[in-house]
Design a protein around this ligand. Structure first.
Ligand code: CMP
Length: 144
């Protein structure tokens, strides 16, 4: 069981001013921020990041949405991070998300669902590496 996960605060949540509240919920749930940046994906980058969804009917919409504005990307540390973070954010579809989860509070729809969380330790590593180099991910002492 790994200690790291990767997250994206999506354009809808950034646009509606929820960065601070979401990072607050994440900290309150006991996650330590190991890496953090504010970026905007271009179309090519979004297509590459979401390549696993290439054949899905919502791929074009997903790429357009994820390039529509800046996003916050972060690496988070906690024991059992992937699983713990997925319960903090709730189901992909906000209509199915448990009360008090981040998606229940801030998601607008299944596409504009406020936040992403990695679904496995392997994917957390792959996704974190897409945005961060090794010397941008810090341990609790501020080193790497
Ligand atoms: P996430 O798991 O972060 O990354 C893939 C995203 O695709 C997922 O969140 C949803 O926001 C989005 N997605 C999944 N299903 C649909 C759908 N039916 N319509 C639009 N977007 C979707």
């Amino acid at each position: 069981k790994g200690n790291y996960t990767f997250t994206i605060i999506k354009p809808c949540a950034v646009q509606s001013g929820h960065i601070g509240a979401i990072l607050g919920d994440i900290a309150d749930a006991g996650f330590r921020v190991a890496a953090l940046k504010f970026v905007r994906l271009n179309k090519k980058e979004a297509q590459e990041f979401y390549k696993i969804h290439e054949e899905r009917p919502f791929y074009g919409e997903l790429v357009d949405f994820m390039t529509s504005g800046p996003i916050v990307v972060a690496v988070l540390e906690k024991e059992g991070a992937v699983e713990g973070f997925r319960s903090l954010i709730g189901s992909t579809n906000p209509k199915e998300a448990a009360p008090d989860t981040i998606r229940a509070k801030y998601a607008e729809s299944i596409g504009r669902n406020a936040i992403h969380g990695s679904d496995s330790d392997d994917n957390a590593k792959i996704e974190a590496s897409f945005f961060f180099s090794r010397n941008e991910i810090f341990n609790s002492e501020g080193g790497f």
